[in-house]
Design a protein around this ligand. Structure first.
Ligand code: ADP
Length: 447
């Protein structure tokens, strides 16, 4: 409960509202209070100036302070402040409370600083007690703010309650897709890769849902791939193994003699088996994106010449013509030469295997933008149109009855495709049944 996002949202909203209302109340109170203080001080000063001017004009009309007491008493009443006036000897000539009349002034009220005729007590000193007004105002301010404070508290409580309600409803709506995602992720984790979430949200949660769905899709495909791979591999390994077992049983039972011919057959089966395992390993590395390519600038013409030369003896036994057509100048390509040789060997081996006596195998290369395109064409048996889309699939063979001895493992083109793609290139095939096939792949020109 405490850790739920909904609870945290509700607490956060409530805190925001309380803090906002509290600080608005506090700052309003503080600023009003200091405004009132300043206003009071300005009022006191104005009163002092007014009394001062009235008194000095009185003194100059009369030449002394006689008869001033009633005026002072009146002003004292009017302003609600004590007013005391002394003559130049410091004897009190007027006191709004009449208490100090005729006595020397010894109270602790400070004399107010006065302008010219009053300077240095020449005609006397005026003392003004503190005004009541600002204090009175502040007391009434307290009363008003007490009321306002209660208003703020109730208003705040109401706002918090409404906010909680809104947060509760909104957070349920916001969090519903998150809950759906959590459940789907949990089921996915338990191995149900068909899990998808249906969230039409266009915001971040929607994006998360989309990412989740595409991740689930990838996982489902990867899982399917893994299952197929294991099944296919088991199927492919079974045949050579049962051949080997057959030979061994026959030898054990004395049906076949363990002579050189038998051992050669056994050796051949084992060689095929280990090649199949190497191919499988290569493919699984490619599928996992873990092919370690050691790329550097290479002359593709040289690589093609070497691959073709290596094939010459095989081609000669079938009277095949090997034609290489390369332009004078080809840019260097950025490749792992070992892997690309493997691709070339694979395509050339296939061409030789599927071309009848006297046919032609042609290899060309040309620059195409920032790629070099290499083609291997033959005048062989060709590939049926319905098989063309599948020949790069692993273990796919056009002639299903061909065994490993006559055909390959069915992995050659799959590996070639993975290798070319790992270099950032692509591989394509065109073929016409009975006329021949043309394989083309691209490689990136070195920068
Ligand atoms: P394999 O090891 O069987 O040759 P590949 O993956 O290299 O496996 O090739 C897959 C299938 O594509 C082959 O079994 C063959 O039927 C067909 N194929 C490949 N290259 C050619 C070609 N040049 N001419 C005709 N068929 C071909």
């Amino acid at each position: 409960m405490i850790h739920s996002l909904q609870f945290r949202l509700i607490v956060a909203f409530a805190l925001v509202i309380i803090v906002t209302i509290g600080s608005v109340f506090f700052f309003t109170y503080q600023s009003t209070r200091s405004e009132i203080r300043q206003f009071g001080e300005r009022m006191e000063l104005m009163q002092a100036r007014r009394v001062e001017v009235e008194l000095s004009s009185y003194y100059y009309r009369r030449g002394n302070w006689e008869g001033i007491q009633p005026f002072i008493a009146q002003w004292g009443n009017l302003y609600g402040r004590r007013i005391i006036l002394t003559d130049h000897n410091g004897v009190v000539v007027a006191d709004s409370e009449e208490e100090l009349l005729g006595k020397p002034y010894e109270a602790d009220m400070p004399g107010i600083p006065m302008s010219s005729p009053w300077e240095k007590g020449a005609i006397g000193v005026l003392y003004l007690g503190p005004g009541l007004s600002p204090e009175v105002d502040i007391v009434s301010l307290h009363i008003v703010y007490g009321a306002i404070g209660r208003f703020f508290i109730w208003g705040g409580l109401l706002a918090v309650a409404i906010a909680l309600l809104i947060t509760f409803v909104l957070s349920r709506r916001i969090l519903a897709p998150v809950k759906a995602l959590t459940q789907a992720a949990r089921r996915l984790g338990k191995g149900d890769f068909s899990q998808r979430v249906h969230i039409r949200d266009k915001g971040e949660v929607g994006e998360l849902a989309q990412s989740f769905n595409s991740m689930a899709g990838d996982l489902e495909r990867a899982e399917q791939l893994r299952r197929n791979m294991v099944a296919d591999a088991a199927h492919e390994l079974r045949t050579p193994l049962s051949n080997i077992r057959g030979y061994l049983e026959a030898i054990r039972d004395g049906v076949v003699k363990p002579d050189v011919a038998t051992i050669s057959s056994l050796y051949e089966e084992v060689t095929l088996l280990s090649r199949l395992i190497d191919d499988l390993q290569e493919l699984s590395l490619a599928d996992a994106g873990e092919l370690n390519l050691i790329c550097q600038k290479e002359d593709i013409s040289k690589l093609i010449d070497e691959a073709v030369a290596a094939l010459q003896p095989q081609a000669a036994t079938k009277d095949l013509v090997l034609a290489v057509d390369l332009p004078e100048k080809l840019p260097l390509v950025n490749i792992d030469s070992h892997r690309i040789k493997q691709v070339l060997r694979n395509l050339l081996d296939n061409a030789v295997a599927h071309t009848a006596k006297g046919g032609t195998i042609a290899v060309t290369a040309r620059q195409e933008g920032n790629c070099v395109e290499v083609t291997v064409s033959d005048t062989g048996e060709g590939i049926p149109a319905e098989d063309l889309p599948n020949i790069f699939e692993r273990f796919y063979r056009v002639d299903k009855s061909r065994t490993r001895a006559t055909g390959g493992s069915g992995l050659g083109l799959t590996i070639a495709k993975r290798l070319v793609e790992a270099h950032g290139g692509r591989i394509e095939v065109q073929s016409e049944l009975g006329k021949g096939s043309r394989f083309a792949f691209t490689l990136p020109v070195s920068a």
